[in-house]
Design a protein around this ligand. Sequence first.
Ligand code: SF4
Length: 730
Amino acid sequence: MSHEIKETCLPAGRNKGIDRRDFLEITGKTAVAISLASLPILTSCNETPTIKTTHGACYHDCPDRCSWQVKTEDGKVIGFEASQNPYTAGKLCDKMVNFPNDVTYHSDRVLTPLKRTGLKGKGEFEKISWEQAISEVTSRLRSIIEEKGGEAILPYSFGGNQGKVQSRAISSRFFAHIGASQLERTICGNAAVAGVLATNGQTTGVLPEDCVHSKFIILWGTNPVLSNQHLWPFIQKAKDNGAKIVVVDPFKSLTSEKADWHIQPYPGSDTALALGLMHVILKENLHDQEFIDLYTVGIEELKAHVQNYDPASVAQITGLDEETITSLAKSYGQSSPSLIRVLIGMEHQVNGASAFRAVAMLPALTGAWRDFGGGLMHMTYELFGASLNWESLSLPPELANPKTRSINMIELGKVLNSKDLNPGIDALIVFNSNPAVTTPNQNLILQGLEREDLLTIVSEHFITDTARYADYIFPATSVLENWDILDSWGSTYININEPAIEPLGESKPNSELFRLLAREMGFTESYLYESDIDIVKKTLRSDHEYLKGITFESLRQSGGQRLNLPDRWMPHAEGNFKTKTGKCHFYDADIEPALPTYLPREYSKAEMEEYPLHLLTLKTPKYLLNSSHANIEHILKKEGQPYLEVHPDDAAHRNIADGDELKIYNQRGEVFMAARISRKVTQGVVCMPHGYWPSLMKGGSSANALTDHLLTDMGRGGAIQEAKVEIIKA
Ligand code: SF4
């Protein structure tokens, strides 16, 4: 099939900015480079087209942080493809291959400031100028500050854009400057990190590429085939080299289908399983006494503690056979190098941090850290924390350590509806987030967003389900239109993102929105006005060895570069744990409880009777990333109908057949979805996909209508997977 580039002449001066509606609807799996090549290229008849290639990186909340290159002709994107760096490996995931059409040039994109004209939630707006929007918003914010103080203003942002400039640099200074409430951004990752830090003092263990040396890999609560796709080839290579791949996951994920062994414990029982494995390892003498003596503290307390977690007791808790528990412990303890890969999955339960704390102890117990490719693989962000210059990304000294109150993002619904909070939240400023979809207790959040006395401001690409409630929407640039610098929490590559095209319409970077608000408020402090490109450049100004040979210019040429890390990265081969003692902590008297302990959520008898099924809300969609892309028609079509996975016994008990329309409900809400009867879940567990927008769902609710705003045991994360439901035919 040939794809001819069609040229269309326009009068000079009209060739800047493409008519987005001219772009073709892409519905198949056609590579974007081809699909874009089939688009009309608008050029002026008397000008020579200018072709340019710029480098950037994926801004999504994804551990891979792919690098890409964007080809433009006369300021319009004509090609978009992955970089060839060894980690991105020339391939973007299916979520992103069509990004320019799906987001940047999408006909629904918000390209001017909008002001609400209808009732909150109706999504009725009129276009207004930036001048009017900034002036009106500033005047409202000023009144709130004068009347109630800055804490009546709450910023709300998370991983919708993980670029450091567009997610934090100027916005955090602006909010600290006005004395706004601080937001605890803990919905994802914090509990996991808190657990691993309690044991090891750092999260950076085995590096992603080094898993090829492993011979036994446990993927515990993680689904790399779908959500860490650029790690998977390295795991596959280890497998090809003879490694056994084990998946521990209450859901039969795509990864579990490719593994040698899938272990399916009951949701939330990971702490007990990890302690049970330690019980067997110690009993079978598979521990490394020398490593324990040299580099750990608390082995005697741990030995006594795991007596409570014999295989029979753990089998009761996890729903696994005793034999499975014993066999997993022995296989792990007898293999080397043995690796445990954890990421986020286990954390969203009340016992979540303890689960990470316990699992992180296993490599120290067996001495797996001594082997190249052995140990625990978790996050990588500390490498960037150590090496980048954070001056431009942190608060300036005069704003550091603000004394203003903190509000946990997971409790947004509760906070917006609180009568006791003093001051209450009078203004909510949302960017890089869509809490109406992604935050637990959806109905409570929507009820809060309906408040007529709440000023809601949203910076966005689309009129999301949160933006529908906004008083003002500001048009945010897409990643193809702004500068940024992107570290990673799952890879070892640093990227800069150079704008490939001018901002479309009247869109502006988030950073510029906050500069404009600051200027209109009359602030003169220079830290509020640092330019995006200066922030990027300054952040790279560092003498740290990891950044040797990595400069602004080198990144402009390559997009992403791997940090200069030692060839054999073995952080704990000789201890060097970053805890207060320098050792791995099996026991810590300063933490309550001093040893990781299985403490599940207690449900009342009445609740268990009324809502007997445990609900998992997982990132199973192939084309959505959290709530991103869930408004794009052709993506929803490709994704297909969302289903609730129901175990055959639970379905039979309720006379439910495959494909039946169901009402899934509890005390917080109800969601409508068809049943898919499968053994992807165990009996007593149901699973629905996360990320769908309630406004596009039958009944106007999606997964988080059923979840609760509970916090985890450490890290103040979201125990989102702690929800009980009942199901009936709709
Ligand atoms: S979402 Fe993840 S895998 Fe997909 S392109 Fe972005 S970084 Fe890569």
